[in-house]
Design a protein around this ligand. Structure first.
Ligand code: MOS
Length: 751
């Protein structure tokens, strides 16, 4: 069967991953590699006053002990990612005696073995002059800084709210969370003739190449970033982390390759995290359930180093047809490492708040929560008035309600009890995710033996990009999937986008599509050239299917025969794609590793994926357990290139959502201003045993505006509505409204 768009093609990388042939960053080896270990600060804020490295240096096999005293200060300045650069934070550890957060890298020990490096790291003794620090978003001595970057103001929301017949007004809070992909951060750096090679898991090898070139003052072509497989990222591998820079510095000084694998405990502090949030939502409606006012005040945790905000208010403001909207965003500066992207960074916490509030409004109105949402469905984007590129939320709710059995829900709280006293609750919520776009380039070739090769530096972070990008090219050329090879995750490949913000399929896929179209045109030229099998035919009348070119009269010649008959024997094409309204100069910057994005709102359309999510919870008062027994999600994400990998992304997102709702919390040790968790025993994520039935469907959607292939965001939307759907189900089961995640049994039942 031909490979192609819409087929449930099995992951191209499945066998390599299952057999261990797939090489992750830490699997790369170089002869003469030395191993590094980290020493982390034991205070949250202050200065290093004394360093005693004698015991560390005396460990047999130790090659080098680095602290801020030893590091040369000639590193070039690279900018913080949120200010147009690539760094996870604008603070570079080990370039001064300053400590800005607990668990900051303050020393690196390098030895012939990992064991010796770790022993030395433990023996490296630092003393500090500590200052008062705070790591909690609700610390009263931390000032709230108000920003108006994405504030929305339509009509007069305060007056409309004050005079609304039905009102709800509550604050919802979510804690700090950490990504915790299975694959740890890892970096191997090696230098050869002034050229740097980095093996490190990355969502953006071209961005990292640009940043490392700036930092080390060398041309970008002398930097090679390799990341063919990524064992989960969830946002934490999108920016350049300080340890990668420090390991590259150490390798240059030592004159040997240096490898660091960051231990799980350090994953809580050496990279980014999802900041804690407080969202106050006010919703007003008339007695018929027409929403008249919405006010969303978002407060997010930031670091004292950088201003970072993921308020999500520009997304909540677009959900319903409300004539009066006001949103605001603020941050609280805390003494932690700078937060960053994590699994629908803005949308997941904001929608826990907003979609809980919508459910509270439905309760106040004594109205079915789906009916309330459908009654307020906007015909166009409420913020700009622009048309949606596509929006099938109503269909998602209709189909989702059917699949879930929403009609079996009895409205009264606690009304769905089993005979043995288990409380059952049904909840639902809207999900959405913006479909932003970045430029992408690709190279596609067809060899004489009929093998189709697709190359771009985009990433498969476990999402299926290896499979999907091959399908897009195979679709254009009518080639069977087993004849397709895809290369990704290497900065020497044609530049692809950052794999973040759920943009890979739409953006890299569009790059691959236009490049495959160029190859198709070349192939048809060859096929219709003088003395070629289709000499004299109009190329526009020829079809490509089953590895053949077929004319209207049914004559078929295989691609290999056509290529063999041609002088070149093989064909290749390079191509690039940019979002419609992006300037050419911006595309160029993007392809060189700069941040270049368009959307989700362009000059003509607002492009978002939408979904309806449902949860059934079962609360056992005797066993004191909250279980999510069933989840249903129906999503509309434009063209679904591969229903199997799309389902896997969406179901995975829903599992994250259950994890968000019931388990995930990075605890703050307030007196010491540090994250208390050290491992996955204390930081809970959903496992198979926590998850019941997961049902996912997609609605067929044609989106002619969003990009060259009509594919909207799939990667992150699955998490967005789930926490609220679960909280709403908990309310339905118990009559208790929990406005804080994680929802633990103590929130519902007295001990
Ligand atoms: Mo994802 S949190 O946009 O890398």
């Amino acid at each position: 069967m031909d490979g192609g768009i819409g087929l449930p093609t099995v992951r191209r990388d499945a066998t390599a991953k299952a057999t261990g042939a797939a090489r992750y960053a830490a699997d790369f080896g170089h002869s003469g590699t030395a191993y590094a270990a980290l020493t982390l600060s034991s205070v949250a804020r202050g200065r290093i006053t004394r360093i005693d490295s004698a015991a560390a240096e005396a460990v047999p096999g130790v090659q080098m002990v680095l602290t801020h005293r030893d590091l040369n200060q000639d590193l070039g300045e690279e900018t913080f990612a949120m200010k147009g650069g690539h760094m996870q934070s604008s603070f570079m550890p080990m370039t001064s005696d300053e400590v800005r957060y607990a668990g900051q890298i303050v020393g690196i020990t390098i030895a012939d073995t990992m064991e010796a490096a770790e022993q030395a790291a433990r023996l490296l003794n630092l003393e500090y002059a500590a200052e008062h620090a705070s790591a909690a978003i609700d610390d009263p001595d931390r000032k709230v800084e108000t920003e108006e970057k994405s504030a929305v103001s339509i009509g007069d929301a305060d007056i409309a709210f004050a005079s609304a017949a039905i009102r709800v007004d509550h604050e919802y809070t979510t804690p700090a969370q950490h990504h915790h992909p299975m694959e740890l951060y890892a970096t191997t750096a090696s230098w050869n003739d002034g050229k740097l090679t980095i093996e490190s898991p990355s969502q953006w090898v071209v961005g990292q190449r640009a940043a490392l070139a700036t930092i080390f003052g060398i041309p970008a072509e002398d930097v090679h970033v390799v990341s063919p497989y990524v064992g989960g990222a969830f946002g934490c591998k999108a920016t350049l982390l300080p340890h990668t820079v420090l390991i590259a510095t150490a390798a240059r000084r030592l004159g040997r390759p240096v490898k660091l694998v960051v231990p799980r405990a350090a994953m809580f502090t050496v990279g980014s995290f999802r900041p804690a949030t407080r969202n106050r939502i006010k919703l007003g409606a008339d007695r018929d359930g027409r929403m008249v006012a919405m006010i969303h005040e978002a407060v997010g945790q930031s670091s004292a180093i950088d201003h970072v905000a993921f308020p999500g208010t520009d997304v909540t403001a677009r959900m319903y047809a409300i004539p009066n909207i006001r949103t605001s965003e603020s941050t609280v500066a805390t003494d932690v490492n700078t937060p960053g992207f994590q699994r629908a960074p803005a949308e997941a916490p904001a929608f826990f708040a907003y979609e809980s509030a919508v459910d509270e409004l439905a309760v106040a109105l004594e109205m079915d929560p789906i009916e309330l949402r459908l009654k307020n469905e906007p015909a166009s984007d409420p913020v700009t008035g622009l048309p949606w590129s596509s929006r099938s939320l109503v269909q998602c709710f209709q189909r989702g309600a059917e699949l879930f059995g929403w009609k079996n829900r009895t409205a009264g709280v606690g009304s769905m009890k089993t005979d043995d006293g288990v409380l059952i609750g049904y909840g639902c919520a809207t999900a959405t995710y913006p479909s932003a776009m970045a430029p992408a380039s690709a190279h596609v070739s067809l060899s004489a033996d009929g093998l189709l090769r697709v190359r771009t530096s985009a990433h498969d972070v476990g999402t299926g990009a290896y499979t999907v990008l091959g399908q897009i090219a195979a679709d254009v050329l009518g080639i069977a999937d087993e004849h397709v090879r895809v290369e990704l995750g290497d900065s020497d490949l044609p530049s692809g986008p950052m794999s973040g913000g759920s943009i890979t399929t739409g953006s890299a896929g569009s790059g691959v599509h236009v490049t495959a179209m160029a190859l198709r045109a070349k192939l048809l030229n060859v096929a219709t050239a003088e003395n070629a099998p289709f000499a004299g035919h109009d190329p526009a009348t020829l079809q490509l299917a089953g590895g053949h070119i077929v004319s209207v009269d049914g004559t078929a010649h295989s691609l290999t025969d056509i290529l063999k008959a041609s002088s070149s024997g093989s064909l290749e094409a390079s191509g690039k794609w940019k979002p419609e309204f992006m300037e050419a100069v911006m595309m160029q910057q993007g392809l060189l590793g700069g941040m270049a994005m368009e959307g989700p709102v362009t000059k003509t359309h607002a492009s978002f994926s939408f979904g309806a999510q449902f949860a059934e919870v079962r609360i056992d008062p005797l066993l004191r357990t909250i279980r999510v027994s069933r989840m249903v999600g129906v999503f509309a994400c434009g063209k679904i290139i591969n229903p199997r990998t799309a389902r896997s992304n969406l179901a995975g997102g829903m599992v994250w959502g259950a994890s968000f709702a019931l388990l995930e919390e990075t605890k703050v040790d307030r007196p010491r201003a540090r994250f208390a968790n050290q491992d996955l025993v204390g930081y809970h994520v959903s496992t198979c045993a926590d998850i019941g039935e997961v049902v996912v469907e997609t609605i067929d959607e044609t989106d002619a505006f969003v990009n060259a292939i009509g594919a909207k965001a799939v990667g992150e939307i699955g998490i967005v509505g789930m926490p609220a759907a679960i909280a709403n189900a908990v309310y339905h089961a118990t009559g208790i409204r929990v406005r804080k995640t994680p929802i633990v049994i103590e929130s519902i039942l007295t001990p």
